[in-house]
Design a binder for this molecule. Structure first.
Ligand SMILES: NC(=O)c1ccc[n+]([C@@H]2O[C@H](COP(=O)([O-])OP(=O)(O)OC[C@H]3O[C@@H](n4cnc5c(N)ncnc54)[C@H](OP(=O)(O)O)[C@@H]3O)[C@@H](O)[C@H]2O)c1
Length: 369
């Protein structure tokens, strides 16, 4: 049976306890130190991934157990060595391809160096993540009656691998797209390069709260390690699609803004009777899109480097979307803040948004002389 490997890491201290319950009660500094010492290891076996074509595969989750900020702060060469070791464990287990999860695809050059240092194929999984994020955002827009033709969207993390591709796709569907991140030079260059090829009017900013304030659609795909979208910045009725892991949207949004729809953008229902033998915080039979891409390529026997580096080929986004359909992968039900978003919640959010907009209009009317 063909096999895949997928590299994972904890995103938070709660995750560390899921990986290693014995860590409970140990202080954060000690846990961080232990993680720094821990080499890559096999976390679990993934069984029961079965395509609707009848093909079945298996795989392994391989842990490179560092926290997101450790990936960014520890010496680059040391971090890359650990990720390469993780990829080589997959090779030793007989896998034909290894996927790079979370920050293992963000650090360094986003895959090419790992690919050069292992004998098997490598993918970041970003092509299917982009396809899934777009499907999730547009589903949210339909649910909240956002008219794409006139909508204003903001992509946060717009110069990144996922963000830039999402911005490009969005810019042919909506009226305005604001590209947001921290580096002004990169944002300016990207905006200038993209504008002649798209329908939307583009803008860019490093002032993320200001951009969010004007947006009907918000897509977040940053490599930030703390929240960048706060409840006070969101427009009533906005749809927020969250691709980043760890999440970019403040948890305060869950309790303080019942008039905006937040949805995780990269959750996929896996065909077959899949068992990950590991709880990474999603419902049963549900994976991240980057994991799903690695599975789809294995089912297709496409043991080639697929999504690598900072630039994403939009043809691959379309191709992997088609292959996902062929094998029976689909975007999972809406979810946000570790919970399902039910149809009743969506109806309530839509009503609250309508009420908030009416209140805003009335307030603006009263203020007029
Ligand atoms: N859900 C899934 O299935 C899935 C799959 C793959 C990846 N991901 C997640 O998607 C995110 C993006 O991945 P990627 O590969 O596209 O990363 P990337 O290529 O490194 O891009 C990151 C982007 O975020 C911006 N950024 C970084 N820190 C920021 C901050 N503090 N505030 C605002 N912007 C910031 C960067 O620009 P500046 O440096 O100029 O700010 C850049 O535009 C990561 O969180 C990753 O874990 C999720």
């Amino acid at each position: 049976m063909r096999k895949f490997g997928f590299i994972i890491h904890p995103l938070s201290y709660d995750d560390v306890l899921r990986y290693e319950p014995k860590a409970a009660g140990k202080g954060t500094p000690l846990i961080r130190k232990i993680l720094e010492w821990m080499p890559a290891y096999v976390v679990s076996e993934v069984t029961g991934v079965r395509s609707r074509t009848g093909e079945e595969i298996m795989g392994y989750f391989i842990g490179v157990p560092l926290m997101p900020d450790q990936f960014l702060e520890l010496p680059r060469a040391e971090v890359m060595d650990r990720i390469i070791r993780g990829a080589n464990i997959a090779a030793e287990l007989g896998c034909g391809i290894v996927g790079l999860g979370g920050f293992t695809a963000v650090v360094g050059d986003g895959g090419p160096t790992v690919a050069e240092n292992t004998t098997i194929a490598v993918t970041s999984g970003n092509s299917y993540t982009i396809a899934a994020a777009m499907q999730s955002l547009f589903r949210g827009a339909r649910e909240m009656d956002v008219d794409l033709q006139t909508a204003h969207a903001v992509v946060i993390g717009a110069t990144g691998s996922i963000g830039s591709a999402c911005a490009r796709i969005l810019a042919d569907k909506v009226a305005h797209v604001t590209l947001a991140a921290r580096n002004a030079t990169r944002l300016g260059k990207l905006t200038h390069a993209m504008q002649p090829h798209v329908r939307a009017k583009l803008g860019w900013t490093v002032d993320i709260p200001d951009a969010v304030r004007h947006a009907d659609l918000v897509l977040t795909a940053t490599a930030a390690t703390s929240s960048v979208v706060e409840p006070e910045d969101l427009k009533a009725g906005a749809v927020v699609c969250e691709v980043s892991l760890p999440h970019d949207v403040s948890r305060r949004v869950a309790t303080e803004r019942d008039d905006v729809l937040v949805t995780e953008g990269g959750n996929i229902k896996v065909p077959g009777d899949v068992d990950f033998h590991f709880d990474f915080g999603l419902p049963p039979k549900t994976s991240l899109a980057c994991m799903a891409e690695t599975m789809i390529l294995t089912l297709e026997n496409r043991m080639v480097n697929y999504s690598l580096g900072r630039g994403v080929n939009l043809d691959k986004v379309l191709e992997i979307e088609r292959l996902a359909e062929k094998h029976g992968f689909e975007v999972a039900g809406m979810r946000a803040f570790d919970k399902e978003v039910t149809p009743e919640m969506i109806v309530r959010t839509r009503e609250r948004a309508r009420a908030a907009r009416i209140a805003e209009t009335e307030a603006a009317g009263v203020a007029l002389p």
